[in-house]
Design a protein. Structure first.
Length: 96
């Protein structure tokens, strides 16, 4: 499943110059860690995210350079999706 950030409703009286987003995950909703190698406005969930909450940490920079950090609401716990087995079944001859 792919998640995407929507910042279209953000506003700042001083104007918004930039929004820098970081994807974070947590297994308890209290301590959060950045998800490595995930950048930009979207991410695709992987097996490593199962059982975790996902949120976005956004640093909003206004036209005067002031930064404000905002956090999205976390997702619900990421659920496992059944994966099909991989590999090949072979028949081996044994005995005579």
């Amino acid at each position: 499943q792919r998640l995407q950030i929507d910042t279209s409703n953000l506003s700042d009286d001083d104007g918004i110059a930039n929004v820098r987003s970081t994807w974070e995950m947590s297994d308890n909703g209290r301590s959060w860690v950045s998800i490595p190698d995930v950048y930009g406005n979207s991410m695709t969930l992987a097996q490593a995210h199962v059982g975790s909450l996902i949120r976005v940490r956004a640093v909003v920079v206004d036209s005067f350079g002031s930064e404000t950090t905002l956090y999205s609401q976390p997702t619900s716990l990421v659920q496992n999706v059944n994966s099909k087995p991989k590999g090949v079944i072979r028949i081996l001859a044994t005995g005579n």
